[in-house]
Structures are given as structure tokens and as C-alpha cells.
Design a protein around this ligand. Structure first.
Ligand code: MV4
Length: 664
């Protein structure tokens, strides 16, 4: 076995590979860009080399540089992961030329699957079912038109050089064909530098079912069950599962054997995936072959109990496959959800930011988390926005879905927008539970996937006020963080009969709350309603009872931004302000009473120098306290009232000589 390998990748897949390599006793060399100096994959590796600036083209795509590093470090093999250089024929060749084992298929096998028409020709010869259509070299418009008529409508024009859904166009009837062909060719020439088209009968309700195959260097090949990846968005997989629901044993076997034939037709070595379109009637057709370990490989691992990275390393070293086909068994059902940094409410725009709070579900036989990030990391614009893969397993699909729903509720991220809520709705949606899968699933069920919040708006605000109050408590009794807004020595007296105002901003709306603290909890006033609240905060976990309803949430409060996590939902608000502010009350250098009330405390004397924001006077009105604070640095020139005095709204309380800013 190799003693040292280099991982030419980053993020979760680099971590995933290192984990198995370490378990097998191999040393791991990582590479990293400027953006990844403190990344998890670097920390996990035995050593790591800086390979360039953040953009992939200057770092993770620099094949020569990575080969240099491999040689320098004494690595014997390079694992490319997925993406980046994993399906780059020149890189695979360069490895070989430098006496480094490329952990993957030969460059010729990669190349054979690079062209859709060439791939189809190979598959046809190997007896792998193809969608009826045309994949010939003759690209004259007349030939294509004749083939289109033979194929029938609706049909699909696919760019020979396309892939992953790029360069496809549906044609509904012959009358549309000429225009559609011209447009598709134009697009393909622009996008891929190659206008060639193939024609296929268009399947309107297909599923994406793919077979995991493995081949060794001795001519053996097996299939390791299938995955259903129908739930996609713009050709990005979102949820994957194994096995594919509803597939008969006959179909599974036929599909598996076709996939192995496909792999062997190109002398494949290593892990590969043969993708099929699966039609409602049980028929299936070759779509493409991916010549790498795929993102969704964990669901296969969960149902087979195998470690595919271990298999890759063994095969690359020259060992025979660990199992024969008859020894491959599956058990139970696995699901994978891809947690992305993106904003489902804004057309899934990729999101960036700082993972200021990140909690993952506990891992066990039912739950697995594959990730490349930890709390405090940044999600940058430079790489794929996938934060993690959440994988669950159970004895059957129903139970696995329950596990997924629960695990998503325990996946809590603040600081970056994510699709966790969306995934939760997706996994919990009835059509998904019923396995009504097609590639149009997300489009077809939009309404279900963006449900209205379950958490009552008032209750959310009450929970928020409870979280804020409880988090403040330790700060009141001596926080060491003077910059925390909650360690402020403010005027509120614990267990007083005074309520204090709290303004919480949710979206564009500002909600005025009053929080009355009592010995046994709080009374919170929201709008015209009053809520009795008891709350106990332990670390990030708030156990609350609101009017006799016990609710528990997790939360994170940072810089006045509060995120609460409740059953897969998040509630976000901003602690807008808590005290009566000066802009409202001040005239030139004077502070007026904001309302009729009483002076509770005067905290300065005439002649005192004060700084902006310093509390000068505390008033009480309608059982609420209000801190009157200095609008700017200055010197108190006169105080017009004393403690215990009643004042009326607008009365001048205090006069200050505002200190002018120095020019300097
Ligand atoms: C198709 C098809 C329907 N009929 N081919 C999209 C990605 C590319 N690899 C093949 N794709 C499709 N090919 C025929 N003849 C529908 C799709 C398709 C699709 C396939 C798998 C997963 C998601 C998809 C989403 C839209 C369209």
C-alpha cells in the first residue's frame, strides 16, 4: 500500500479522503490556497503546502504546481477528489509521466466519456440501453431533420460537447425544428466551441438513477447498488438516496450489469458512476458516465457498509476488488442532503459570510456529517458553496426520512444564509415521503417547499426577549467582555417592578416590547397582548414556558443579531434599541423629558464631564424605566430636577455644553 498520498482538493472531500487514508495508516499531504490556510483539510493533513492565491485557477487547478508539491513531499499518489482536476486528462497523464499514481481511471477512459456522441457510440456497442435518437457524425441540417422525424416529438437536442444539463433544448414539433436546431447550434458553438448536436426522444417525467461501479486493474468489475438523485435544482443535486425507491430487483440487476458493461467497454479502473434516465415504466437509458468519486457516494457507503475511498486506494495500489458481485449486499435506506450557503428566498443565490455559529447533529450509526468547515470559518466567493453533506441511514426509507428531518433540526448555522430550512421542508414533504420522484420535483412542489413559518410571530418575539434577557444575566454579574453590548451597566434593576422597553427589528419591521422582570420570570408585552414567560438559558439552549406552553429553542446572539432555531426553522431579529434615545429628546445641548413621569435617578452632577452615550438621568413612566443619555461628549452645566421629582413631557431635564470636535 502507498505510505503517503497527496490530496489535490479542498473542503469536505479532502477531509473525507484524509479520514480513510489515516485510518489505513497512510500519511496525507494537503495543498491549500491563500483562502484556506486555516481550513479543516489543512489541519487534518500530516503536512500541507501553499499552492497559490484563492482563485481556483491560481491554486487547486494548477496541475504542474501540485505535481511539484507531490514530488517534493514524497507522495506516491494523488487523489483528485471531485471537481477541480478529477476529470482532467492532461493532469492524469502528467501524474503518470511523473511516476505518480493518479487515483482514478486512465486518461483515455476519462477522454472516452468526455464527448456525449462518442460515449453513446461506445455504450451502444456494449449493449447499454440508449434513449432512441441520433448520435452520428453527419451534422447536416437535412440529416438531422430526417433523424428528428424518425425519432418523433417531443425530442431533445443535446450539445455533443455539453454536460450537466448545459446545451439542451426541447423541440415540441417538426415545425419548430429548424429554428430550434439553429439556435441550439449557435449556443453550443458559443459555449463549447462545438456546434454538434445529438437528438433524443424527450422523456417528460424521468428520474435520475445512477449506478456506482468499481473496477480493478485485473479486469474485475462490480456494481454497488444505485442512487436516486432526481431531486435537483438547475442540475445541482439537492437530495440523494440509496436504494432508488420502487426499483425492482430485476431492473436493479439489469441496470447494474449494464453499468459494469459500460465501464468495462472503456477499460475503466476505479470508482465510476453510470447515470441513467429511468422512466416510469421501468425502462432506463444511459445518460453519461462520471469518471470520479461522486459527491453523493456516502449514501452508497451507508447501505453497503463499504468505504469507497478505501476501495479506491486499494485498486490504485493494484489490489483486486475486495468483493465479488455476489458478496455485495445492501441494507436499509440512506439519504443525503447537501447543505449549501445560499438564499432560497432569493432564487438560491449563493451566499457568503462568516460561520459565527455552527452546530451539527451528533454523529452515530444513523447520522453522518461530511464537512470541510468548522465554526468561525468563512464561506468565500471562491469555491463551491456547499457547507456540508448530511447523511442519514435507517432500516427503511420512512425511518430514514424521519432521521433526516430530525438531523436537519439539529443542524444550526448563523452568520451565513443556508438552505437548511428548505431541505427540511423538502424531506418532510408528503410527495417526497411518497417517493413521487421526478427530475421536476422541486419545480412541481414549490408551494410545499416554502411553507409559512410555524412559529407564531408573537411567541417568537417573546422567546427572543427571553433569550436576550437571560443571556444578559451573567454579564450583569460581572462580564469580562466590556465590548459586549450586554455587559453594559445599564440602569435596569433586576427584580424591580419596572418594565423596560425592548425594540426588536424583524425584517423591516420594528416591534416594541416591554419586558417586566419578576422573581419567577417575565411578563412580556407585545402589541396588545401580555405573555407570562419563564426562561432558562444554558449555553445556547433556551427552555421557555410561554403562557403554559413549553418551547425549547437554540439561539445565537451576537452584536445585537439574534438567531433562534426551532424545529428546522430560524427566526432572526435585531436588537434595535432598548432605551429611549437622545435624538428623540434633545434640543441644542439640552435634554428634555420624553414623557410625563418621575425622576428615578440622577447619575451626574453639574460640572461633570460626560461622554456620548453615558446615562445621565433615569426616568420612570408607566412602570417603565428610560435612560436619558448624553448625545455627545460634553460638560453638564445645569441639572433642573432631583430624584423623586415629577416632570412633564418636554420639560428640560439637564443642560450640557457640547464639546466641539477638534479640527484635528
Ligand atoms: C434528458 C431528459 C429527458 N429526456 N434526456 C439533464 C442533464 C443531462 N445529463 C441529461 N439531462 C436530461 N436528459 C432525455 N432524452 C431530461 C434531462 C433532465 C434531467 C436529468 C437528470 C436529472 C435532472 C434533470 C433535470 C432536467 C432535465
Amino acid at each position: 500500500m502507498f505510505s503517503k498520498i497527496l490530496i489535490a482538493n479542498r473542503g469536505e472531500i479532502a477531509c473525507r479522503i484524509i479520514q480513510t487514508a489515516h485510518r489505513m495508516g497512510l500519511r496525507c499531504v494537503a495543498v491549500y490556497s491563500d483562502a484556506d490556510a486555516n481550513a479543516r483539510h489543512v489541519a487534518m493533513a500530516d503536512e500541507a503546502f501553499h499552492i497559490g492565491p484563492a482563485p481556483s485557477s491560481d491554486s487547486y487547478l494548477r496541475g504542474e504546481k501540485i505535481i511539484d508539491v507531490a514530488r517534493q513531499s514524497g507522495a506516491q499518489a494523488i487523489h483528485p477528489g471531485y471537481g477541480f482536476l478529477s476529470e482532467n486528462t492532461e493532469f492524469a497523464e502528467a501524474c503518470e509521466a511523473n511516476d505518480l499514481v493518479f487515483i482514478g481511471p486512465t486518461s483515455s477512459a476519462i477522454a472516452a466519456m468526455g464527448s456525449k456522441s462518442a460515449a453513446k457510440a461506445i455504450m451502444e456497442k456494449a449493449g447499454v440501453p440508449l434513449v432512441p435518437g441520433y448520435h452520428g457524425d453527419d451534422q447536416s441540417p437535412d440529416t438531422l431533420r430526417t433523424e428528428a422525424e424518425k425519432c418523433g416529438f417531443p425530442l431533445l437536442l443535446k450539445a455533443v460537447a455539453g454536460g450537466g444539463g448545459k446545451g439542451m433544448r426541447v423541440v415540441e414539433s417538426l415545425s419548430e425544428f429548424d429554428d430550434a436546431l439553429a439556435a441550439a447550434q449557435r449556443e453550443a458553438r458559443n459555449a463549447f466551441g462545438n456546434p454538434d448536436m445529438l437528438i433524443e426522444r424527450y422523456l417528460t417525467q424521468p428520474r435520475h438513477v445512477e449506478i456506482q461501479v468499481f473496477c480493478d486493474q485485473h479486469g474485475n468489475g462490480v456494481y454497488l447498488a444505485e442512487r436516486d438523485c432526481s431531486v435537483q435544482r438547475r442540475h445541482q443535486k439537492v437530495l440523494e438516496e440509496a436504494p432508488a425507491p420502487g426499483l425492482t430487483e430485476e431492473t436493479r440487476k439489469a441496470m447494474g450489469e449494464a453499468a459494469v458493461r459500460a465501464a468495462q467497454a472503456i477499460d475503466y479502473v476505479g470508482a465510476g458512476t453510470v447515470e441513467f434516465l429511468y422512466d416510469v415504466d421501468g425502462s432506463f437509458f444511459f445518460m453519461e458516465m462520471n469518471t470520479r468519486l461522486q459527491v453523493e457516494h456516502p449514501v452508497t457507503e451507508m447501505v453497503t457498509g463499504l468505504d469507497l475511498v478505501e476501495w479506491q486506494l486499494k485498486v490504485a495500489w493494484g489490489e483486486p476488488l475486495p468483493l465479488q458481485q455476489s458478496d455485495v449486499k445492501t441494507r436499509g435506506h440512506a439519504l443525503e442532503a447537501r447543505i449549501y450557503a445560499e438564499d432560497p428566498d432569493h432564487d438560491f443565490l449563493p451566499a457568503t459570510g462568516h460561520l459565527r455559529y455552527l452546530r451539527t447533529p451528533d454523529e452515530n450509526t444513523h447520522v453522518r456529517v461530511d464537512t470541510g468547515v468548522t465554526e468561525g470559518d468563512d464561506i468565500s466567493i471562491h469555491y463551491d458553496p456547499m457547507i456540508a453533506k448530511l447523511i442519514v441511514w435507517d432500516e427503511n426509507r420512512d425511518q430514514a426520512i424521519n432521521r433526516m428531518v430530525q438531523a436537519l433540526e439539529n443542524y444550526r448555522i448563523a452568520g451565513v444564509k443556508t438552505n437548511v430550512r428548505f431541505l427540511h421542508a423538502l424531506a418532510d414533504a408528503q410527495p417526497f415521503r411518497e417517493a413521487n420522484l421526478t427530475t421536476g420535483f422541486i419545480e412541481d412542489h414549490r408551494k410545499l417547499l416554502f411553507p409559512a413559518p410555524k412559529l407564531d410571530a408573537h411567541k417568537a418575539l417573546v422567546l427572543a426577549s427571553g433569550f436576550i434577557q437571560e443571556q444578559r444575566k451573567p454579564a450583569e454579574s460581572g462580564s469580562t467582555d466590556p465590548f459586549s453590548p450586554f455587559s453594559r451597566r445599564n440602569s435596569w434593576r433586576m427584580n424591580s417592578e419596572y418594565a423596560h422597553p425592548m425594540q426588536l427589528q424583524v425584517g423591516d419591521e420594528i416591534h416594541d416590547l416591554k419586558v417586566l422582570e419578576r422573581n419567577d420570570g417575565y411578563q412580556v408585552f407585545v402589541g396588545d397582548s401580555v405573555y407570562n414567560l419563564t426562561a432558562r438559558l444554558e449555553d445556547d439552549y433556551l427552555q421557555a414556558v410561554i403562557n403554559g406552553h413549553r418551547i425549547s429553542v437554540h439561539g445565537n446572539l451576537h452584536d445585537g443579531q439574534l438567531v433562534l432555531f426551532c424545529e428546522g426553522e430560524t427566526f432572526q431579529c435585531h436588537l434595535y434599541r432598548e432605551t429611549y434615545q437622545l435624538e428623540d429628546a434633545i434640543g441644542e445641548g439640552s435634554l428634555a423629558a420624553p414623557m410625563n413621569g418621575a425622576i428615578v435617578a440622577v447619575q451626574v452632577e453639574a460640572g461633570d464631564a460626560v461622554t456620548a452615550g453615558q446615562t445621565l438621568v433615569i426616568m420612570e413612566a408607566m412602570k417603565m424605566e428610560h435612560a436619558i443619555k448624553a448625545p455627545a461628549d460634553g460638560v453638564v452645566s445645569e441639572i433642573f430636577f432631583a430624584e423623586g421629582d415629577q416632570v412633564s413631557e418636554g420639560a428640560e431635564l439637564i443642560a450640557i455644553d457640547i464639546q466641539e470636535e477638534d479640527a484635528e
